[in-house]
Design a protein around this ligand. Structure first.
Ligand code: PLP
Length: 396
């Protein structure tokens, strides 16, 4: 048979999901494994949101919606963006997609011509690089190590610019690092993007999960210019514990949103109607649930960071937001653990899973070799036990 698409054939499987799949298989086989792999809140979707989805079904709201999403959902998003971020978007500037992941992909589809370059700060969420490739672009990776708090510097950004640079992706707060750019750092980044006339894809899906009373600033809010060149991505998955409902959105200038809406109309044609209706309730209903969850995450973050830094040979810096922590295991490279020589973070993750019965995500795939990512979107009991197991595993 003829060859498949070269571009599609080169897409790597998600390492996050691969570790999770192995962990789930072990659990299914009756092995007691604790998972810190996938980034999804362990909380259930709040009742008022679930009820809105159920009511939509019983009332027969089961037909197609406009391809860019229900007008009332797009209006609810515009209102929330005004309230939370002081950003003014008309509902026509907002497109709904099947999760923020899909919104990011549609942003690349809307922007990229073959060979266009997208600057991708590492550590990065693995899906970005694959989506850029799928949309015909080339990811240009700039590395921001732990010594620079996993944040890119203005010099690094400028050095990566070429004639072909079309956009930069800024995930703030970041998966996998949890780090947050400050207002002044964002101002410099926005100025550089203006100077080189490139788009900003701002993935702000974790904007509701910021700790220590730090200020979250949306880069689109900094100036009219930043607003015009930003495609702002967000969704309900993380803040409202709605990962399975698959509702994400993008807000952009009218020209970009129109192109995204057209592309959506010929690909997915909007997520499930009842899911969109549930998302309206999430965004317009009581918001106190978000703050309650944020507070719980902050307590867990404080605990995991403190304990991790008390364990010999591993360490982490304090993440500002999201629900991830990057464990530095460079001191373990070359050691034998669980009977296996640890040559890299992949070896560590597999051995820790098989022998320590804890699933974490190796970060080589995120452009950060020598680290594994733990999520603290897990119960306190599991976090405590996971760290106990780490101690035991390292002593064995
Ligand atoms: C940075 C980032 N963006 C987007 C997403 C995807 O969110 P959604 O579930 O809305 O597709 C994730 C999920 O892990 C993420 O970490």
């Amino acid at each position: 048979m003829k060859e498949l698409s070269k571009v599609a054939g080169e897409v790597r499987a998600s390492t996050t999901l691969a570790v999770d799949a192995l962990a789930k298989q072990m659990q299914a086989d009756g092995i007691d494994v604790i998972g810190f792999g996938t980034g999804e809140p362990d909380f259930d979707t709040p009742e008022n949101i679930k009820d809105a989805g159920i009511k939509a079904i019983t009332e027969g709201k089961t037909k197609y919606t406009p391809a860019a999403g229900l007008v009332n959902l797009r209006k609810a998003i515009a209102t929330r963006m005004k309230l939370d971020l002081n950003l003014d978007y008309d509902f026509t500037q907002i497109t709904i997609a099947s999760g923020a992941k899909h919104s990011v992909y549609m942003a690349f589809v809307a922007l990229l011509n073959p060979g266009d370059e997208v600057i991708l700060p590492a550590p990065y969420w693995l899906s970005y690089s694959e989506m850029i490739n799928l949309a015909g672009g080339s990811p240009i990776i700039i590395k921001a190590g732990e010594e620079q708090n996993f944040k890119i510097t203005p010099d690094q950004l400028e050095s990566a610019m070429t004639e072909k640079t079309k956009a930069v992706i800024l995930n703030n707060p970041s998966n996998p690092t949890g780090m947050l750019y400050t207002r002044s750092e964002l101002e410099v980044i926005a100025e550089i993007c203006k100077k080189y006339d490139i788009y900003i894809i701002a993935d702000e899906i974790y904007c509701g999960l910021v700790y220590d009373d730090k200020e979250f600033v949306s880069i689109a809010s900094l100036s009219n210019d930043a607003y015009d060149r930003t495609i702002l991505i967000n969704g309900v998955s993380k803040s409202y514990a709605m990962t399975g409902w698959r509702i994400g959105y993008a807000a952009a200038n009218p020209k970009i949103s129109k192109v995204m809406a057209n592309c959506l109309s010929h690909s997915t044609g909007a997520p499930g109607t009842m899911n969109q209706i549930a998302a309206i309730e999430a965004l317009s209903g009581p918001q106190d649930g978000i703050e309650a969850m944020r507070k719980v995450f902050e307590v867990r973050r404080n605990y995991i960071v403190k304990r991790m830094n008390e364990i010999p040979d591993v360490s982490c810096i304090v993440p500002d937001g999201a629900f991830y922590v990057m464990m530095n295991l460079s001191k373990l490279i070359g050691k034998t653990l669980g009977g296996k020589l640890i040559e890299n973070d992949d070896d560590f993750a597999v051995t820790f899973l098989e022998k320590g019965r804890v699933a974490v995500v190796p970060c080589s795939g995120f452009g950060a070799p020598g680290f594994v990512r733990w999520t603290y979107a897990a119960s306190m009991e599991n976090i405590r036990e996971g760290l106990n197991r780490l101690e035991t595993f390292l002593q064995a």
